[in-house]
Every structure is written in C-alpha cells, then in structure tokens.
Design a protein around this ligand. Structure first.
Ligand SMILES: Cc1cc2nc3c(=O)[nH]c(=O)nc-3n(C[C@H](O)[C@H](O)[C@H](O)COP(=O)(O)OP(=O)(O)OC[C@H]3O[C@@H](n4cnc5c(N)ncnc54)[C@H](O)[C@@H]3O)c2cc1C
Length: 611
C-alpha cells in the first residue's frame, strides 16, 4: 500500500456508527475527549438493521440506564416513537419494561444528527481496515490508531470497536449467498484479519430478519389490533411529556398450511443445509426453526408493526427467515390478513465474526491490546439496547483512559449494564447474548423507574450528564423520600399508611394514601416508585444486604502488575485464569469460572500482604 495520505490525531477513535458506536462517540465527547467516529457510511449512523423497536422486557431497563447516564437512545426514541407501551404492568414493578415502536427513518436521522452535531465529535467517512499498534508495557500490544481503506491514518491512544454484524459478514437467503454487513451494505473483512493478526480469537454468530410487507396489501380488518398506552410514557427522564398520535399494531398467526410449506422447503434454508455454521439466538429463532423444532405447535404469533409514520413497510415480527424468496412469498400468503400481501424486501440471515468475550475486561478493554475497547454485536451480544449500553461504557472508559483516569465499572447491583458486562467477562456466550430480567439477581433494585436515582449521580461525577440532570434527579430523590416519610407518619386507625400500602390488595391510588401524598405533587412515575419501595421494603432490604457483601469484594482492586502465578495457595486453575484475564477487582476474580471461595480468601490475604 502507498504511504498514508493524511494522519489525524484524536483522543479516542470509535470504529462504527451503529447503536454502540453512536453512544460510544457521544459518551467519549461528553467526558471531554476529542473523538473521531469512523464509519463506512455516515448516513447509516443509528440505522436499525431489524425491527425499529426499542426496549422491551429487560431491554427497556437498559435504555433507561443509558438515558440516566446521559446517553441518546431514550431521547431519540421519544422523538421517533410511533407507539409506546409499558410491558408487564400486571406483574411486579421489578419486571415492568417500556417498549416503543419507532419510525426507522426518523430514528436514523435524529441519531445521525446528534452524532454529527455533537461538540467534540468528528465523523470520518471510511472503512477501518487495520489497527495500528506498537509494543505495549505488559508484553502485549498497545493500540495507536487505525488505518482506513484510502490509506489514511486516524490516530488516538484509545480505539473502540463497534463493528456490529459487519466483520466477515455474509448474507444468505435460500441458495443465494453474498459478502455483506447487512442488506445493501458491504461487510468489513480486512479488519477481521487485522484482529486475528493481533492474536485475538474470533467466533461466528448469525441472526436474521423477516420479509417486509407493503401496508396497502394487508387486510387489517380481519386482524386483532394492539394499541399504545394512553397517555404514552416517555423513555427519557429528560422528556417532559409526549404529545403524539400513536399508530396501532396488529396480531395474526401462522397455521397448518404455513407450516406445511415451510417444512417442505426447510432444507433450502442455509442453516439446515449447514452453510451457516454460526450460532443464532435461541430466544429469537427463525420461523423455519420454530416450525421444525416445535412441530406440535399449530400456530405461531405474528405482530404486524409499522416501520414508520409515512412508510409503507410493515415488519412482521415472528417470521424471521432465510428461506428462498419464492418460498417466503408462498408461506406469507397463507396467513390470515396476508393473503394478498406484497413483499417489499425479502428476509435474510447474516453470519458474522465476533470477539470471544474471555478477551474482554470489566471496562470493556480487550485483554492483550492496551487501549483497545469493544462494544455491541462484536462482543457476542444481540440487540440495539445491549449495543448502546456497552457503547456508552466503552466510549466513557476509552476517554477516561486517554485522559489518564481509572476505569468506570458498574457492578451487578447497580444496573443491568453491570450485569451484562460482568456476564460477558465471565463466560463466552454460546449464542448471541441478550438481556433478560432473570439474569439480574437484584432485579427489585434495578427497576426501569429508578434508573436515574441509581446512576445519574455517578454519571454527574464523571461528567457524563449535565449539572441540570443531576439537580433534577436530586429533586426527585427528595420528593420520594418525603413521600415515604409521610406514609410512615400518617396513621389510619391501627396502622400507618406505610403498613396499609404493604398489603397486596392496596395500591398507591388508594384514597387515604392519595390524599396524604397530594400536596407533594408527585409525578406518576414517582408515585409508582414510592409504591415499589414501600411494598417490597423487606425484599429490598435483603437484597441490599447481599449487595453490601458483594460490594466489599468489588472494592478490593487488584493492582495492574499483580503476579497471580507467584501466589501460593491458589488452585492451579484460579492462578491460570487470574493471570490470563487480569481482573480489575477481587469481585471480578471471584466470578471467573474455576475460582472457588477458598481462592478468594487466598487472594484477599495476598492483597493484604498476608501469605
Ligand atoms: C439482518 C439482521 C437481523 C437482526 N435481527 C435482530 C433481531 O431480531 N433481534 C435483535 O435483537 N437484533 C437483531 N439484529 C442485530 C441488531 O441490528 C444489532 O444488535 C445492533 O444493530 C448492534 O449494534 P452495533 O452498534 O453493535 O452494530 P451495527 O448496528 O451493526 O453497526 C455497526 C456499524 O459499524 C460500521 N462498521 C462496521 N465495520 C466497519 C469498519 N471496518 N470501518 C468503519 N465502520 C464500520 C457500520 O457501517 C455500522 O455503522 C439484526 C441485525 C441484522 C443485520
């Protein structure tokens, strides 16, 4: 290759402008780093590869946490949303999650605008083809920037990889197969080779998308309607109220005829022919997978969701497929309401490289390559929300490292973000990792309503949110504390209102309780937080005690040059795992596979200078 034409210096380079890349660039810039966002096509910043829906169970909590840390996803959703729903309202507050169907064009445009206009971010159009490295302090390498396809170099002491499904991407539908990152966009094979050359281990994952249907070809009169909440609740703690007209979604079902056609052609799906070897998400199977694996089921639900306010595209949620186009046409038309459906774009699958996560540390730095961070689909996760949350953390950490500050790590008791990153560091997911509420052991503490109270004070200290955001959260905290105190002090007969509210059948809008709280003027979400705090006080206290124990271990940091190999008393496996992974804290070490409670005691003693 010719000598580089230009080389430019930044504090942080983010490679990619998807959901992880956009939040990474914005977070790095918020904490004061001069940030380059290198992206193959700047118009694709914030593009939604699959359904333009944000949130959902557990994913909604992640978005609220991203928002509480000053991220953009919640606010962009409030601008682009066309239908808002709170899921699980009949279940406990711990598992209530917001979800919004968005206009994909508005979402893409709004996110791209924010990144392009963000002070401190420069968008650089180009394909990153090679990581530039030099020998590192600890025997490995240290990153110093990236080389682009045109030979130019973008230099920085910290680089964040957020390449999504693009690394070594291949697209499939039936017998058709082509290299690509997603439909209509080229993949990025050269960067994969650069990662392999650094000695990093890559795996293969796959995912898929359904055909898109033309709105005018669907007979909606025959279908069950699903409406949004009235009034809609905004995603962002910073959005006052949503004044929008919401669009309906619809529900239909596959049937025996649909299944017969799919089963007849299943061997033409590239997965069944063994052409795709990557592992796909078990919880989000293709329709051919569902039909073949659950042969006893005579119907599968399909949610028909608009992709935008003025768009003709309808997303049929539930029939992701990589069957040949003519088979997609045939089976879709067997579904009630879709008899005359026209397909605008056919479904397909994508298989891509990801970084095996035993190489990821708690600050999302890649072990062995100092200054290199990774976030999003490249870390073996799936989903916009998982990507955005990691992007924010990786961007903030890259910026802090470039500024000479220590890592910013959230623990499992603080957030779903902490749970996800800790999970990724501990085990290599054997399928694309997606967030579920069941992954969080402290879910009563990690509600979507209190994400700001949990995280905004920390974010304010790091410069991730404005002082105004900090003050707003402080005022909310004080109002909630005052409300709980009020319930504790006002009596109704034998018992206080706090005791009354603990009874399962009593809710926060009970007349006596509402009257006592009236003058505090609580917003609806504040009232529901008061209810959760009072009703679940016993569980919350138990979880808080476990959190205390866990945090004592998390607080014991392991110094950078710590030599695990020389510690007598550690099991061979623990010694090996700790030496290879270089955990940042005893807490992180304690969760490595093969590290026993006895090893943890030895480690604590060694760190205290004992034997
Ligand atoms: C067909 C398909 C179906 C999917 N289905 C689902 C689903 O059903 N459920 C689900 O949860 N998720 C699904 N996803 C995944 C979802 O889109 C991702 O989880 C999410 O977009 C990940 O965000 P990201 O930022 O990691 O990557 P992406 O959104 O993929 O963004 C990657 C970005 O990196 C840029 N880029 C890549 N390589 C380079 C390079 N070398 N140089 C410069 N820029 C580069 C790209 O241009 C792009 O901007 C699907 C994805 C695809 C493609």
């Amino acid at each position: 290759m010719d000598a580089p034409t230009v080389s430019r210096d930044f504090d942080v380079v983010v490679i990619g402008g998807g959901h992880a890349g956009a939040e990474a660039a914005l977070a790095a810039a918020r904490v004061g780093a001069r940030t380059a966002c290198v992206v193959i096509d700047p118009a694709a910043i914030g593009r939604m590869s699959c359904n333009p829906a944000i949130g959902g169970i557990a994913k909604g909590q992640l978005v609220r946490e991203v928002d509480a840390l000053g991220g953009a996803m919640g606010q962009v959703t409030d601008v682009a949303g066309i239908q808002f729903r709170m899921l699980n309202t009949r279940k406990g507050p711990a598992v209530r999650s917001p979800r919004a169907q968005c206009d994909r064009v508005v979402y893409n445009r709004e996110m791209a605008r924010r990144v392009v206009e963000a002070p401190g971010v420069e968008v650089v159009a180009g394909e990153a083809i090679e990581l530039l490295v030099e020998p590192g302090a600890s025997g490995g390498s240290r990153v110093r920037g990236v080389r682009l396809g045109d030979g130019s170099e973008v230099l920085a002491p910290a680089v964040v990889l957020t390449t999504g499904t693009f690394l070594g991407g291949r697209l499939f539908a039936g017998e058709w197969e082509e290299a690509g990152g997603r439909m209509g966009e080229a993949g990025a094979a050269r960067l994969s080779r650069s990662l392999l050359a650094l000695g990093l281990e890559l795996g293969r994952h796959k995912t898929g998308t359904p055909p898109r249907l033309c709105r005018h070809s669907i007979d909606f009169d025959r279908l069950e309607v699903q409406l949004g909440d009235d009034p809609p609740q905004p995603f962002s703690f910073r959005t006052g109220r949503l004044d929008i007209e919401q669009l309906p979604c619809w529900i239909t079902r596959t049937n025996a005829e649909t299944h017969r056609i799919i089963a007849r052609h299943a061997d033409r799906s590239p997965m069944y022919r063994g052409r795709i070897t990557g592992v796909g998400p078990r919880y989000c199977p293709s329709v051919e997978d569902k039909v073949m694996r659950f042969a006893d089921r005579d119907a599968h639900l399909i949610f028909l969701e608009p992709e935008g306010r003025d768009l003709d595209d309808i997303y049929p949620n539930g029939i992701s497929t990589s069957l040949p186009p003519e088979v997609q046409e045939e089976f879709v038309r067997t579904v009630p309401g879709l008899e005359g459906a026209r397909i605008l774009r056919h479904g397909y699958a994508v298989e891509y490289d990801f970084l095996k996560t035993h190489q990821i540390r708690a600050d999302l730095q890649v072990a062995g390559v100092d200054g290199l961070y990774a976030a999003g689909q490249i870390n073996g996760t799936s989903g916009y929300e998982e990507a955005a949350a990691q992007g924010l953390m990786a961007g903030a950490n890259a910026a802090r490292a470039a500024q000479g500050h220590g890592p910013f790590v959230l623990d499992r008791a603080s957030s779903y973000i902490g749970v996800m990153i800790d999970d990724l560091c501990r085990v290599n997911p054997d399928e694309p990792y997606r967030m579920f509420t069941s992954r969080a052991e402290f879910r009563l503490l990690l509600r979507s309503d209190n994400a700001d109270r949990r995280l905004t004070p920390i974010a304010e200290e790091l410069g991730l949110v404005s002082a105004e955001d900090g003050e707003r959260t402080g005022r909310k905290e004080r109002r909630i504390r005052a409300a709980v105190e009020r319930l504790r002090s006002v009596r109704q007969g034998e018992r206080t209102l706090e005791e009354l509210l603990r009874r399962p059948e009593v809710e926060i809008d009970d007349p006596a309780i509402a009257a006592a709280l009236e003058e505090l003027g609580l917003a609806a979400d504040e009232a529901s937080e008061v209810e959760a705090e009072v009703k679940y006080a016993g569980y919350v206290a138990r979880q808080a005690a476990q959190v205390d124990r866990m945090r004592r271990l998390e607080a014991r940091s392991i110094p950078a040059g710590f030599d695990a190999a020389s510690i007598r008393g550690l099991s061979n496996e623990a010694r090996d795992r700790i030496a290879r992974r270089k955990p940042l804290t005893v807490g992180e070490a304690s969760r490595l596979p093969g590290v026993t409670p006895a090893d943890v005691q030895v480690l604590l003693a060694a760190l205290s200078g004992g034997r």
